[in-house]
Design a binder for this molecule. Structure first.
Ligand SMILES: [Zn+2]
Length: 288
């Protein structure tokens, strides 16, 4: 599944290749891809036609292309979605769901999604977190890279939440864009077990954890620094697209990069959590 750094790479690609162009046509090849666009495929297409696309924006793992300021095309890549910039007229991709063509005859924007968990829609804009964002995502908190991210408010709300710290990191109403992988990496860097209660953390520890989350994602972005000189906006949900150099995630039984203790895997909300039992002592076991 694409995480924030991958989505940011797509955003930069879209900004480079799609910004300022005028939509000539939009075609929908699979209704599931626009299931959140209630008025349907014909309305989706007619609403896009003739619109000028603004610079791509992102909050967490959501991307949008502003349309003349008043509306936007909002996209979520889901598990396997890709937004590709492809030579106009070239053969359709196997899992092509939506194609947007432009009046300049240049490359298309194509939404390709094998598993169809992703979606796109045209929506009006709302406000949230000091910023204009598409209406359907106004309830989602700012991500830690946004200019308007309010760090004091985040620390305060997190400590008041009375939950486990990893759950809080994944809670999109507190902070967006931190997925399972980078939550584990940030917790390892901060030396915290994900089961620690938020109320037990001091403000400086929460601030350090937030800094760690920013760091791991910034590092991932630097590593995945794709060149946009080629035509394709590279992104997909295949893990391994980014050459992630991870410290704990997926490293069960391998030595901790800090202390050499074997990394442990625990199940967590139908997924997995990885941690170092020495650098990140479990709160219950610690107390026992
Ligand atoms: Zn360790």
């Amino acid at each position: 599944m694409p995480e924030l750094p991958e989505v940011e790479v797509v955003r930069r690609g879209l900004e480079r290749w799609v910004s300022g162009r005028v939509v000539a046509c939009a075609e929908v090849f699979h209704p599931r891809a626009i299931r959140r666009h209630a008025p349907g495929a014909a309305e989706f297409a007619s609403r896009l036609k003739g619109r000028v696309v603004g610079p791509a924006q992102r909050r967490g793992k959501y991307l949008w292309l502003p349309l003349d300021g008043s509306e936007a095309v909002l996209a979520h890549l889901g598990m396997s979605g890709q937004l590709l910039v492809v030579e106009s007229g070239s053969a359709p991709e196997r899992h092509l769901r939506v194609r947007i063509g432009f009046t300049d005859g240049g490359p298309d924007l194509r939404f390709v999604d094998q598993r169809t968990f992703g979606h796109v829609l045209v929506t009006s804009m709302g406000r949230s977190g000091g910023r204009r964002v598409p209406e359907p995502i106004t309830h989602i908190a700012a991500d830690p890279f946004e200019d308007h991210f309010d760090e004091d408010l985040f620390v305060h709300r997190l400590r008041a939440r009375q939950t486990e710290i990893k759950r809080a990191l994944l809670d999109q109403s507190l902070i967006s864009g931190v997925g399972n992988i980078y939550a584990d990496e940030a917790l390892w860097r901060a030396g915290l077990h994900g089961a620690r209660s938020t109320g037990s953390l001091t403000r400086p520890r929460v601030a350090a954890l937030l800094a760690a989350a920013r760091e791991v994602m910034t590092d991932a972005l630097a590593e995945g620094g794709t060149s946009f000189d080629s035509l394709y906006v590279n992104v997909n949900g295949e893990s391994g697209y980014f050459d992630r150099s991870l410290a704990v995630y997926g490293r069960r039984d391998l030595p901790c990069r800090r202390c050499g203790t074997p990394i442990v895997r625990e199940s967590f909300m139908n997924r997995s959590s990885y941690s170092c039992p020495r650098c990140q002592p479990h709160p219950a076991r610690d107390a026992a």
